[in-house]
Design a protein around this ligand. Structure first.
Ligand code: TTP
Ligand code: MG
Length: 249
């Protein structure tokens, strides 16, 4: 790049809204411009707890922009499948998958929307506090991998503003998630045992219910998610006001 083309390309990206993380907020973090007054709602919960169903339901509401499920990216990055690799050999590929998930989550947190409310599946926090933590605690992630991922995570969360206004926790029993998992038959997940879902469940409960493990970035609204689709939709309907106001009261 000559200086001129660099300046030009900078202006180009700025115009199209990409390079807007220029100003610093009062806490000295990089912030995405123009997103200040928008609500961000993250849907958290065990694998197959119904997060996508919840997002699909609310995507029919005007004013809400639902971010598309990042799992398709985790199954195909330039022709590779880090999700499948991780399930085959977590010790070798755990860091690969989790590094990529961390990136896709950051990308979603920083994306701009025209709608005043944005809803996304999971958050950068859940990926780290639940899945990375589980890999490490179960002895499947080498300490050095955990250290590198943690350094990345801490740098990101200390230097970039990641606003979350409400966490909706779809609380489910691991047994029911296991049943749903078998029914939906995602190829990579066929080998997931019940114990894995129980470990994830425990980490979620410690984080969002007992509040004994990690920092919680936003108020939590708990919705029990063991019911069938019809009843779940009824529950989303009942909680609609709370969710759309970004408050759990
Ligand atoms: P989920 O994010 O739970 O998505 P889902 O579609 O399975 O959930 P729901 O039915 O509630 O919509 O997980 C997708 C896959 O990615 C799952 O196999 C778990 C895995 N995963 C990790 O291994 N590490 C992570 O950090 C995350 C977020 C997911
Ligand atoms: Mg999903």
């Amino acid at each position: 790049f000559s200086n001129q083309t660099r300046a030009e390309s900078y202006l180009e990206t700025k115009k199209s809204g990409y390079l807007t993380m220029q100003s610093y907020s009062s806490q000295g973090k990089l912030v995405r411009n123009g997103e200040k007054n928008k609500l961000v709602i993250c849907i958290e919960g065990n694998i197959a707890s119904g997060k996508t169903t919840c997002l699909e339901y609310f995507s029919k509401t005007s004013n809400i922009e639902v971010l598309t499920e990042p799992v398709s990216k985790w199954r195909n990055v330039r022709g590779h499948n880090p999700l499948g690799l991780m399930y085959q050999d977590p010790t070798r590929w755990g860091i690969t998958l989790q590094t990529y998930i961390q990136l896709t989550m950051l990308d979603q947190h920083l994306s701009t929307t025209s709608a005043p409310i944005r809803m996304m599946e999971r958050s950068i926090y859940g990926a780290k506090y639940i899945f990375v933590e589980n890999l490490y605690r179960s002895g499947k992630m080498p300490e050095v991998d955990f250290a590198v991922l943690s350094e990345w995570f801490e740098w990101i969360t200390q230097n970039i503003a990641i606003p979350v206004d409400l966490i909706v926790y779809l609380q489910s029993s691991p047994q029911i998630c296991h049943e749903r998992l078998k029914e939906r038959c995602r190829e990579e997940e066929k080998i997931i045992p019940l114990e894995y879902l129980e470990a994830i469940h425990q980490l979620y409960e410690d984080w969002l219910i007992k509040k004994t493990s990690f920092n919680i970035p936003a108020p939590v609204l708990v919705i029990s998610a063991d019911d069938d689709l019809q009843k779940m939709i009824h529950q989303f309907e009942e909680n609609r006001e709370k969710i759309l106001s970004g408050r759990n009261v």
